[in-house]
Write a protein that binds this ligand. Structure first.
Ligand SMILES: Cc1cc2nc3c(=O)[nH]c(=O)nc-3n(C[C@H](O)[C@H](O)[C@H](O)COP(=O)(O)O)c2cc1C
Length: 314
């Protein structure tokens, strides 16, 4: 027998290929819940998870919204962090050198801006920095040149943003779609048509919680984004809708807390998944879900995790 050259441990083959980048597992840490990765270095084996997405990076540092900006809800949480971040330049100078030294860590840089030139500037800053595998473009941001209309809820704005970003990006671009639309399949079709290499979905759902004693919104920003288990069935439905509409890879997320949740997203059409809110309850959630998914595949006689993608029986 020819000896195997694979570095994978025995058992199911957990590798997936996302836009030409090989991931050792389809389970990735989601943006905004995993800092810049370095903060989790001692808690999670960054080379054992599929990768991680950084906190959204903007052209300049941002302080975010006033508190309270995170609250717990019945089956999840609401946040209005306001995209607080250190800025792309500081990320490259202060975090990336450390990340580069962690062998096998797959870094996905999450990018946003309030205008197209803002986004392009972030990409220019990141383009020449080694150690980034992929970009994830957060389209759930208001475009200030168009009266605050959110990029991801307007097909023309979304298409224009993606075309501009793709024209200069030196890495594949995953476009993160907003779920706050009537047809996410239509937005995914626009994204694919504009050159997106993949789409990720979903971002958080626009929501409101009111304190009935004070009659004030529980979040200072008034509205926030709902995430966690409450949104999972909607997110899985949206992944299925998008899988029926486009042929580019899909990264599925929204409320994943168990390996079986990840399997659901894969069966609905995802190539990989991201885990966000679950990290707040268990900082090792991403790694635990990745190992649990391996066990699930072994127990179910699944030789290659990639065979689960679009595997739902209709
Ligand atoms: C506190 C917090 C901050 C987030 N920040 C970002 C961000 O900066 N960029 C982004 O694209 N998504 C951000 N998200 C959205 C998550 O990446 C994810 O799309 C969403 O929470 C749904 O997944 P989950 O239910 O597993 O958390 C944030 C979510 C939370 C809870």
């Amino acid at each position: 027998m020819t000896p195997s050259t694979s570095t994978q441990p025995k058992g199911p083959d957990m590798r997936v290929n996302l836009c030409g980048v090989e991931l050792v597992s389809p389970v990735i840490a989601a943006s905004g819940t995993f800092g810049y990765g370095v903060e989790f270095e001692e808690i999670v084996s960054l080379d054992r998870i599929g990768g991680f997405v950084t906190k959204g990076l903007s052209r300049e540092p941002m302080a975010g919204n006033p508190a309270p900006r995170i609250i717990e809800t019945a089956a999840g949480m609401m946040n209005a962090i306001g995209l607080q971040n250190m800025g792309a330049k500081a990320f490259v100078a202060e975090k990336l050198p450390k990340l580069r030294s962690i062998k096998g860590a797959v870094v996905i840089a999450n990018i946003f801006g309030f205008t197209v030139p803002d986004c392009l500037e972030v990409i220019r800053i990141l383009n020449d920095a080694p150690g980034i595998a992929l970009y994830e473009l957060n389209a759930s941001c208001p475009n200030t040149s168009h009266g605050g209309m959110v990029f991801g809820t307007d097909p023309a704005l979304l298409g224009g943003l993606i075309e501009a970003c793709k024209s200069i990006a030196k890495r594949p671009v995953i476009v993160k779609l907003s779920p706050n639309v009537t047809s996410i399949a239509h937005m995914a079709t626009v994204a694919a048509g504009a050159g997106a290499d993949a789409v990720s979905l979903v971002n958080t759902f626009l929501s409101l919680a009111i304190d009935v004693e004070t009659r004030r919104p529980r979040i200072a920003n008034i509205t926030g984004g709902l995430s966690g288990p409450a949104i999972k069935p909607i997110a899985v439905r949206m992944v299925n809708d998008v899988a029926n509409a486009v042929r580019i890879p899909i990264v599925g997320l929204g409320g994943i807390t168990r390996p079986e949740d990840a399997v659901e997203f894969l069966l609905a059409g995802a190539t990989a998944v991201e885990v966000g809110t679950a990290t707040y309850a268990d900082p090792r959630a991403v790694e635990n879900i990745a190992s649990g998914l391996r066990r699930w595949c072994a127990d179910h006689g699944i030789a290659k995790v990639s065979s689960l993608t679009r595997g739902m029986i209709r």
